[in-house]
Design a protein around this ligand. Structure first.
Ligand code: SF4
Ligand code: SF4
Length: 281
């Protein structure tokens, strides 16, 4: 059966160690794999990028690392922008820039909305991730980046094989495109893409103590969610939609409940919320 390759990236598992980037450099710098790819230049190429995403503000700051190779789209605008079929998709799904045919075709660079194509000045060609097709054709099970990842954040495999781990996860609700709005049918999907969060800390003013186990309810985005504060009085709601309106309600026995309107244009940290005794109202 024809292979049907895909890659699944679990952002929650990525520590930003750059091993995948270095493995890619090790494989492709100075090495020609014609007709699939020619050598990467010494500088300026990031066939596997690590995008650092910082969210929130002090003291509630979160950092995520989002590995980003070529998405190997099934409907790739880069191929449409190329002349003489210099970019083509193989039957197994891998999108390749032909190093000979693409010579001089600088217009290809701006065709990719993901900006994952790089220009090789010396060779006068556009270049990008090949999913190490030269190795896969030699019987390797996975590209060098996947092999090098110490945390298992990168998963590669045959989507036609129902027994493969990637097949099992590929159709789960959690797997999504990095930029679904581009509508390019990418063969690289993600789990755990950072979304918006709403967080805060509840404090019992009269007792000068954290409000542990307080009830916090967030309503909006079509659902109602409830969490309990931890022993520092902290609460957090993750995976919220962008630019949505929510109502947050905090409750603690014997203390007056409070409500807040929040909007997730950015991540929201409400800071310290002081709870007052009901009798003080
Ligand atoms: S991510 Fe960009 S370079 Fe890769 S196949 Fe899609 S359009 Fe082409
Ligand atoms: S090797 Fe794995 S953990 Fe390290 S940056 Fe790459 S994807 Fe993240």
């Amino acid at each position: 059966m024809v292979k049907n390759y895909g890659m699944l990236i679990d952002v929650d598992k990525c520590t930003g160690c750059y091993n995948c980037f270095l493995a890619c450099r090790d494989e492709h710098y100075g090495n020609d794999f014609s007709p699939i790819s020619l050598a990467q230049p010494f500088t300026g190429h990031f066939w596997m990028q690590i995008i650092e995403r910082e969210r929130g503000k002090y003291p509630k700051v979160k950092v995520s690392f989002v590995p980003k190779p070529c998405m190997h789209c099934d409907d790739p605008p880069c191929a449409k922008a190329s002349v003489n079929q210099a970019i083509y998709q193989r039957p197994d799904g891998i999108v390749i820039i032909d190093p000979e045919k693409s010579a001089g075709q600088k217009q290809i660079l701006s065709s990719c909305p993901h900006r994952v194509i790089f220009w090789n000045e010396e060779k006068n060609i556009p270049q990008k991730c090949t999913l190490c097709a030269h190795l896969i054709d030699d019987g390797w099970k996975e590209p060098r980046c996947v092999e090098a990842c110490p945390t298992g954040a990168l998963l590669f495999g045959d989507l036609n094989d129902p027994e493969s781990e990637i097949s099992r996860l590929w159709t789960s609700k959690k797997a999504e495109a990095l930029h679904p709005e581009f509508e390019l049918k990418p063969r690289v999907k993600y789990i755990g893409i950072p979304k918006r969060f709403v967080a805060g800390t509840l404090y019992l003013k009269d007792r000068d103590a954290c409000a542990e186990n307080a009830k916090v309810t967030l309503t909006g985005g079509g659902k109602k969610q409830t969490v309990r504060t931890n022993n520092f009085g902290d609460f957090e709601f993750e995976d919220l939609g962008e630019s949505e309106d929510f109502t947050l309600k905090v409750e603690y026995p014997g203390y007056a409940p409070q409500s807040f309107k929040v909007q997730t244009k950015l991540d929201v940290y409400l800071g310290e919320i002081l709870l007052k005794r009901s009798s003080e109202r």
